[in-house]
Design a protein around this ligand. Structure first.
Ligand code: MG
Ligand code: MG
Length: 247
C-alpha cells in the first residue's frame, strides 16, 4: 500500500516516540535491572507522548516492549529476568500516534562482551542498513532480503528465516512480508509511499528456531546468541527515509 504524505507525517510522529522508547530503555540496561523495569520505562514514554501501545494486547501480549536476551531471538516477555553483565539484549518497541504505527528494535551489550559477540551486534546493524539502502523506488522488495543475507552470511553468521519484517501503516503487521533472505522471487516493485519495517534476526550458530512454553519467546535451537535490529522506513522520492529516529 502507498501512504499519502499526511499519513507518512503521522508515522514520523509515531517513529519519534519509538526512538525515544529505545533511547530510554537501552539507557536503562545495566546489570541488576529486570526486564519488567525496562517495560515500565517504555510505558512512561508512551504516556508522556500521548501514544498508544501496539504491542500490549496484541494476540494477548502482556507488555509494551519485547525484551530478548542472549539466545532469545525475538518476542521475549518482560518480567523477572535480571539482566547480567556480559548479556546482550534486544529491545523491540512500538507505538501508535493518530492511528499510525512505528516499530523498531536494537540489540545492546551489557558491559563487556567478547569480540565475536560485539561483531554479531555490529554485523546485524550493518545488515539492517544494507537492507534499508535497497528501499528505493524501482527496486524490488526482495532486494532488501538479499542485501541483509549477503552481509550477515558474509560475516559467517546465519539469518533467521522463520520470522520476517513487514509492511506497516494503520496496522503494525501489514502485507507484504519482508524476508531477511532471498526467497527465490524478486517480489513487488517498490513505489514512493510504501512503508516497511525491516528487521534482521542474525544468529551466531544455526538459523533454526523454537518457541518456548509461554507461546511467545523465540529462541535458537542450538542455544547460540542472536541479535535483532529494526527500523520503520518509508520509500520516498529522495530515497529511503527512516521514520524511527529522534525528532
Ligand atoms: Mg519490532
Ligand atoms: Mg516488526
Amino acid at each position: 500500500m502507498r501512504r499519502r504524505p499526511d499519513e507518512i507525517a503521522k508515522m514520523r510522529k509515531a517513529g519519534r516516540v519509538v526512538a525515544e522508547m529505545l533511547e530510554v530503555t537501552s539507557g536503562g540496561v545495566r546489570p541488576g535491572v529486570t526486564t519488567a523495569q525496562l517495560d515500565k520505562l517504555a510505558r512512561e514514554v508512551l504516556e508522556r507522548r500521548g501514544a498508544r501501545s501496539n504491542f500490549l494486547g496484541y494476540h494477548g501480549f502482556p507488555a509494551v516492549i519485547c525484551t530478548s536476551p542472549n539466545n532469545v531471538i525475538v518476542h521475549g516477555i518482560p518480567g523477572p529476568y535480571v539482566v547480567q553483565e556480559g548479556d546482550i539484549i534486544s529491545l523491540d518497541c512500538g507505538a501508535i500516534i493518530e492511528g499510525y504505527h512505528g516499530d523498531a528494535a536494537v540489540t545492546v551489550p551489557v558491559g563487556e562482551v567478547p569480540p565475536k559477540v560485539d561483531k554479531l551486534i555490529r554485523v546485524t546493524e550493518e545488515a539492517l542498513q544494507a537492507g534499508i539502502a535497497q528501499l528505493v523506488e524501482g527496486n524490488r522488495l526482495h532486494d532488501v532480503g538479499l542485501a541483509v543475507q549477503t552481509v550477515a552470511e558474509g560475516a559467517g553468521f546465519s539469518v533467521v528465516k522463520g520470522y520476517v519484517g513487514h509492511a506497516i501503516g494503520t496496522q503494525m503487521h501489514e502485507d507484504p512480508a519482508v524476508p531477511n533472505y532471498w526467497p527465490g522471487t524478486p517480489g513487488p516493485k517498490l513505489r514512493t509511499g510504501m512503508v516497511f519495517a525491516v528487521e534482521p534476526m542474525v544468529n551466531v550458530g544455526g538459523e533454526e528456531t523454537v518457541v518456548m512454553d509461554d507461546g511467545w519467546t523465540v529462541v535458537t535451537v542450538d542455544g547460540s546468541l542472536s541479535a535483532h535490529f529494526e527500523h520503520t522506513i518509508a520509500v520516498t522520492d529522495d530515497g529511503p527515509e527512516v521514520l524511527t529516529v529522534p525528532g
